[in-house]
Design a protein around this ligand. Structure first.
Ligand SMILES: Cc1ncc(COP(=O)(O)O)c(C=O)c1O
Length: 489
């Protein structure tokens, strides 16, 4: 439902999210508008009768929402002077998060976050209520380090049905995230591990922190060049086969086969980070590599993309030989993940709420990606989005030497953007690896179009500077020529 609140004295377009009921949608929209600064402290909201008329909803619904937000401290209601945004409301998040790198940006396309405003609050609360009402007493005591059996049972059905994972509950170990799983596996495996020349830097650092030596192998738009594994001394490899992070290619069938052959002939372990396998938009997602060789692949999953990184739940499906070593590194009882959250997630999955949330978000993210591609095609036609139609991020490759200019132009507009170079392994040459990684799931829906316009302004500005520069000939058109870390190394 789109509305323009002209009666507020300024032009604020809002879109009430569908499918969660008017009251929840209005609460969420108002909270987001205050939190993002669209509604500034002191702004007077329209009388509940007027807003109800604008939105075509009952006046009581609006009055209830105002009362609830006032009780929570977002709004202040004064008899005779109406309802205004509270002074503390918009400064709240800045006060609790003083980190300069995490300061609130006006616009953000930083990758790594799902649409936080779409978290299914009501459905999650229903699952929590049911799970905790029916939980056995031992759920509130110290728990098995493999994780709650209710969650391992739910994941067994879910992972085999949706991702083709070969699994039974005894081979699942619950973790706090994929990153936590990577740390536990690294501690159990030790030695040398191959990683993509461009991969999630945070995960690579976790491996280094556990004392592993990381060896970069080349990656291009067809995924990891797994044929290079045989010429390394690696005993394990970290892959994102369904949707290579960050470049966005799926591992081709030939490269999947090469990786599996390497694992079976050398005894090497493939760590499969299936971080966004639920989100493929142009076809059914390719099944997990683990489904082909469960004794050679340690499979990692997480709710960080499907639900929220704030939940802190991930899972590993392990080859038999790794179960005990990983449990030994995890400790004698569960120290990381809340049992009550595990029970809630188990109910969330078994009740079908997880599937319906994913279906809803798949539609939303597909639309966002389509809008990104269409907007760029219209406003900056020389730019090309790399990778398959999947996931929550897209890569825009840039002419060599331009990444820093794009990031500086973005910073000048208070737009958060991540450069591709952040993800480059330190042993890989920087030549030819320029680009930006666009997290299109990060803005709230109401801010999305404006954020894309700002991105286009940034790209237009840099593109114009390049074209008018005497160096234009060596830069070439935006993304017109390929880049491969294979040649860059
Ligand atoms: C490649 C990759 N794997 C996994 C994740 C999720 O990580 P975690 O479960 O540690 O929050 C992300 C999040 O950005 C990612 O980019």
């Amino acid at each position: 439902m789109m509305n323009s609140w002209a009666n507020l004295g300024f032009d604020l377009h809002i879109e009430l999210p569908q499918g969660i009921g008017i009251r929840a949608a209005l609460l969420q929209t108002l909270r987001d508008a205050i939190d993002s600064g669209l509604l500034k402290p002191g702004t007077r909201l329209p009388p509940s009768r007027t807003l109800a008329l604008d939105l075509g909803v009952a006046r009581n619904t609006v009055a209830d929402c105002y009362a609830e937000l006032a009780a929570a401290g977002w709004l202040v209601t004064r008899p005779g002077s109406g309802t205004v945004v509270a002074t503390l409301a918009s400064t709240h998040s800045r006060e609790v998060d003083p980190s300069p790198t995490r300061r609130r940006l006006t616009y953000s396309l930083l990758p790594g976050s799902p649409d936080a405003s779409a978290f299914p609050r009501t459905a999650w609360i229903s699952s929590a209520r049911r799970a905790l009402t029916t939980a056995p007493t031992d759920a509130f005591a110290t728990t098995d380090p493999r994780g709650r059996v209710e969650l391992r049972n739910a994941l067994t059905t879910y992972l085999s049905r949706t991702r083709g994972v070969r699994v039974d509950p005894s081979r699942i170990v619950i973790s706090a995230s994929s990153g936590h799983g990577i740390s536990l596996l690294a501690r159990a495996l030790g030695g040398t591990i191959a990683v993509d020349a461009f991969c999630l830097h945070l995960h690579r650092q976790l491996l280094v922190d556990e004392g592993l030596l990381t060896i970069p192998i080349s990656v291009d738009e067809s995924g990891t060049c797994t044929d290079e594994l045989v010429s390394t001394s690696a005993e394990s490899v970290l892959l994102t086969p369904t949707h290579q992070f960050p470049l966005g290619g799926p591992l081709t069938p030939a490269r999947r086969a090469t990786a599996l052959e390497w694992a079976s002939t050398t005894g090497g372990v493939i760590i499969e980070d299936d971080y966004d396998g639920e989100f493929r938009y142009d076809r059914k997602p390719v099944g997990a590599l683990q489904g082909i060789a469960p004794q050679h692949v340690a499979y990692l999953g997480t709710v960080s993309k499907t639900l929220s990184p704030a939940i802190r739940i991930g899972w590993m499906v392990l080859p038999d030989r790794l179960i005990e070593p990983v449990l030994a590194t995890k400790g004698p009882y569960e120290r990381w993940v809340s049992s009550t959250d595990q029970l809630t997630l188990a109910d969330f999955i078994e009740s079908g709420r997880f599937d319906s949330h994913i279906r809803k978000m798949r539609t939303s993210y597909r639309r966002r990606r389509d809008q990104l591609v269409a907007t760029l095609a219209q406003q900056v036609p020389r730019v090309r989005v790399a990778g398959i139609s999947a996931g929550l991020h897209a890569v825009i490759r840039l002419p060599s030497g331009t990444e820093q200019s794009v990031l500086a132009a973005a910073q000048a507009r208070d737009l958060g953007l991540e450069g591709l170079s952040v993800f480059r392994h330190p042993d890989v040459s920087s030549v030819g690896g320029d680009g930006i990684v666009v997290g299109y799931s990060t803005p709230t829906q109401s801010q999305y179009s404006r954020t894309l316009d700002v991105l286009c302004e940034v790209l237009q500005e840099v593109s114009t500077a390049i074209v008018s520069s005497p160096l234009a000939a060596i830069y070439g058109a935006f993304c017109g020529h390929g880049f491969s870390p294979r040649t860059a190394r």
